[in-house]
Design a protein around this ligand. Structure first.
Ligand SMILES: [Fe+2]
Length: 210
């Protein structure tokens, strides 16, 4: 019997999760509600991942880290996005709520090189979505929208009731459309990129039904 035992994959994953959880507690120490939301998204993403055949470890990591950049104010995020040369095709002051995912996807890979690109893509698309959402992207997007600390609305309750019943694509679609309706009903600025994603998804869904 060998005296050596390489850390198993499970051990390495546990260690990385513990490091991310302690880093996150420090990063969001002045924002306890944001920290609680991040942990709740991680739990929800892990549960959705298990229900839909997605890697629950990656879902948990993405959930924990998705709002990392929200430690900064909207003004600071806008300044950081300008520094990074992020181009959204519109004035960045209009899309401040969308920037944190994109900034995190650029900044965090250097800190956690162990994590695959899938995690960063999920974090990048959790606010803006994309026409080519993969399963982990969809899991994070939905988890962010329905985590149990989010106050219920008819749209959120509907998505919650569909978990395990609808396909992951359909669950994401319902959650995405609910987000668009929320923006429009509130008279908020609707990012043109979101309209493009909506139209691409709607066209694909119509073609799939034909
Ligand atoms: Fe979030």
């Amino acid at each position: 019997m060998s005296a050596h035992r390489d850390p198993s994959r499970a051990d390495a994953r546990e260690e990385l999760l513990a490091r991310i959880e302690s880093d996150l507690a420090a990063q969001l120490s002045s924002k306890p509600r944001r920290l609680a939301h991040s942990r709740s998204v991680a739990d929800t993403a892990e549960r959705l991942a298990m229900a839909y055949g997605v890697d629950p470890f990656l879902a948990r990591c993405a959930g924990l880290l998705h709002d990392w950049e929200k430690a900064a104010s909207g003004v600071e995020q806008e300044a950081r996005a300008r520094e990074l040369g992020i181009d959204m095709g519109v004035d960045l002051s209009l899309v401040r709520p969308l920037l944190h995912g994109i900034i995190a996807a650029r900044a965090l890979p250097a800190r956690y090189p162990e994590l695959p690109d899938e995690v960063w893509h999920a974090i990048e698309t959790h606010t803006v979505a994309a026409a080519d959402m993969g399963p982990l992207d969809e899991v994070l997007f939905v988890a962010d929208g329905i985590e149990p600390l989010r106050p219920p609305s008819p749209g959120i309750e509907r998505v919650r009731s569909l978990v395990g019943e609808a396909t992951l694509d359909d669950l994401f679609w319902e959650s995405f459309v609910g987000g668009v309706v929320y923006v429009v009903e509130g008279g908020r600025y609707l990012y043109p990129g979101t309209v493009d994603v909506y139209n691409a998804l709607a066209a694909r869904r119509a073609a799939d039904r034909a």
